[in-house]
Design a protein around this ligand. Sequence first.
Ligand code: C2E
Ligand code: MG
Ligand code: MG
Ligand code: MG
Length: 278
Amino acid sequence: KAKESGKNQYCIYDAQMHDEIIRKSNVELCIREALAKDDLLIYYQPQQDLFRNKIRGVEALARLHSKELGMISPFEFISVAEYTGLIIPLGSWILKNACKQGKAWIDSGCKFGKLSVNISVHQLRNENFYDLLKEVLNETQFPVNQLELEITESVLLEFSQNNIEILKKLRSLGVSIALDDFGTGYSSLNYLTVLPIDILKIDKSFLGRALESETEHQVIKSITELAHGLSLKVVSEGVETAEQKQILKDMGCDYIQGYYFAKPGDAKSVEKWFRREQ
Ligand code: C2E
Ligand code: MG
Ligand code: MG
Ligand code: MG
């Protein structure tokens, strides 16, 4: 009997693994098809400057839709793209098309400040990335000082001297670097003093906790003060209410991003939003 149920458990496990493998290969296929057909989407989410009370930038967020699977979450398809190597062509596509869109907005008189693009560490470590970036800037004519690259914190912690050199080289072109999802990894504060970065993006999980306890509140406040001491600007992610916005403003946080100010939308709807706000 025991043996039987043991065997059964194996079967369930196998069936689950089987489903996961099928799902992943379907997602991989969707990414390949979308790239081949130029059929990826980019949403843009405005960020607010709390002290100037205006837009400070937009973050480009990749979107993938498939007829069979529906909307696929970026958490899922980015991870599939990362381990299949598809992140290299996908990341180039996003960078190029976001800059193209940004240039079109500038040409039509929209003022949006920074354009932030998420960059995977696989892209960063790719030896062609520096040249790709120069090529994209040259091709699209997007102004380099308006471009910001977001690198996720957990990834930066693996950062060797070599990776720091890569960031420095990119930064020397005039792009700014944001450390994304700060607070989700090891959050070593020492890192902040050695990394060539301009912006700290505090992860939205922090914000939830700050409202619950005074200690967590103090943590964010101290991080903000430390960041300012190092001449970094602070963006808080996932701001959904007026109360959260006020708390962050009182703490001295520079910028916010979240549903409260604006939800991510496609280029057309964000352009309408720009025109309404200006
Ligand atoms: P992220 O870079 O931290 O982006 C912010 C995420 O928070 C986005 O999720 C955004 O839709 C979501 N968000 C914004 N405001 C709020 C809010 O008020 N409440 C809540 N609950 N969520 C909010 P999204 O678009 O699903 O993207 C998830 C992650 O996928 C991104 O996190 C980023 O790490 C990754 N990602 C997205 N696009 C790209 C890309 O083009 N390249 C790479 N490498 N990664 C990407
Ligand atoms: Mg980001
Ligand atoms: Mg991220
Ligand atoms: Mg983030």
